[in-house]
Design a protein around this ligand. Structure first.
Ligand code: RAM
Length: 384
């Protein structure tokens, strides 16, 4: 399996390099879509990686390239610089845009704030891009600059973290909000033994994706009596900064001596918390959303490891789907309305359908969250 993964990664990286000429700057690190799709599977074991040979996938992508990405410029704006999750999202986006013949602009704002994104978007408007795919740091504060972009004829969509329905064409959502909330609450219940104190370590307090997941967790905990003996003591915010996330973890340990579980639905937060707990040989257990590459050393069933299991999806696939959605919006295949469908190259669930989102806007869902545990972490830690 591992050998197949590696050979697929190499062969697709080579194919992607050939397709995109010498323009690609970040594509070399991106693995094959066909193996990346495996992470969307809800099953215990990843699906075999050899179902879609990379050459076939590349041929499909080449055919799709005729759709008209050439001559257009597609931007991605992530939440912030220095976050490996965001870099992987952007690399998947760039890989597809360049393979499809378009020009890609990647922007990582200097901090995970709305202000930092506003100046980046203003600059993209003046550059005359065709689309902006945005992982929003605030649901409403970007409305003004997005209106300016749309007035200038730019398609604006979101991935990872959305803005309000009026400000986006659609939203590339990594997984269903309730599915993520359910997976996290069940993990907390399991790791706490059904009762006791738990805390949430989030990213920024304005992050729409984080807040939606936390709201879903609270609703599940409050409405299902199964969780009645669990007690949420605090939602702490590490702002997706490693040091602040470390400090917040230490404060949680000091302030809540009976704490049993920390749940960090952010890749930056969970990695920082894992190190604190493991360094201190803490009895507090950790779960949440983490990158296998950053979390492998902390995942284990014994006292020596802080995180028995966690969840995620393939961040490069989030970026890839964001790119295909951007292309379809720019070439007019879709407008972002529920019920529309579009092709996404060799991605597992292609063609994708736009559906109604809970906030009254629309979204495209990549797939279910995937569990990483001691049995499969070695297989995935080198993939993303
Ligand atoms: C962090 C960011 C991102 C989120 C992941 C799970 O990297 O907050 O938005 O989707 O965690």
């Amino acid at each position: 399996m591992k050998k197949k993964l590696i050979s697929l990664m190499l062969s697709t990286a080579l194919t992607a390099a050939l397709l995109s000429g010498c323009a690609a700057t970040q594509t070399a690190t991106a693995p094959a879509s066909s193996e990346a799709e495996d992470t969307s599977a809800a099953s215990e074991e990843p699906a075999p990686a050899d179902e879609a040979p990379a050459e076939e996938a590349a041929a499909e992508d080449t055919a799709a390239a005729a759709s008209g990405a050439a001559g257009h410029t597609y931007a991605i704006v992530t939440k912030s610089a220095g976050n490996p999750y965001n870099e992987k999202e952007a690399s998947g986006f760039q890989e597809v845009i360049e393979a499809e013949g378009g020009t890609c602009i990647v922007q990582h704002p200097e901090s995970a704030t709305a202000d930092a994104q506003i100046s980046v978007i203003q600059s993209l408007i003046s550059q005359g891009v065709d689309s902006i795919c945005l992982a929003a740091n605030d649901e409403n504060a970007l409305a003004g600059v997005i209106a300016d972009a749309r007035d200038a004829g730019i398609q604006v969509l979101c991935l990872d973290s959305k803005v309000n329905p009026d400000s986006r064409a659609t939203f590339v959502n990594q997984a269903g909000v309730n599915e993520i909330g359910q997976a996290l609450m069940d993990a907390i219940y399991d790791l706490a033994g059904g009762s006791g104190d738990y805390a949430i370590l989030s990213a920024t307090s304005q992050a729409a994706n984080q807040n939606a997941w936390i709201a879903a967790m609270k609703t599940i905990a409050e409405t299902d009596s199964k969780y009645a003996d669990l007690n949420l003591v605090e939602v702490a915010y590490g702002d997706d900064e490693p040091q602040k996330s470390t400090d917040q973890t230490q404060a949680l340990l000091q302030n809540y001596p009976d704490l049993k579980v920390i749940c960090a639905p952010t890749t930056v937060g969970i990695a920082a918390a894992a190190k604190v707990l493991q360094d201190q040989s803490s009895k507090v257990k950790l779960t949440g959303l983490g990158l296998p590459s950053e979390m492998a050393e902390y995942i284990g069933d014994d006292d020596a490891h802080s995180c028995p299991y966690m969840f995620l999806w393939n961040p490069m696939d989030v970026g890839r789907l964001g790119a295909y959605t951007s292309i379809a919006l720019v070439d007019g295949t879709i407008t972002g309305a529920a019920g529309e469908t579009f092709e996404a190259g060799s991605m597992e669930n292609s063609p994708y359908t736009i559906v109604e989102a809970e906030d009254g806007g629309t979204e495209v869902i990549l797939g279910p969250p995937y569990e990483f545990n001691p049995e499969n972490i070695d297989e995935w830690k080198t993939v993303y």
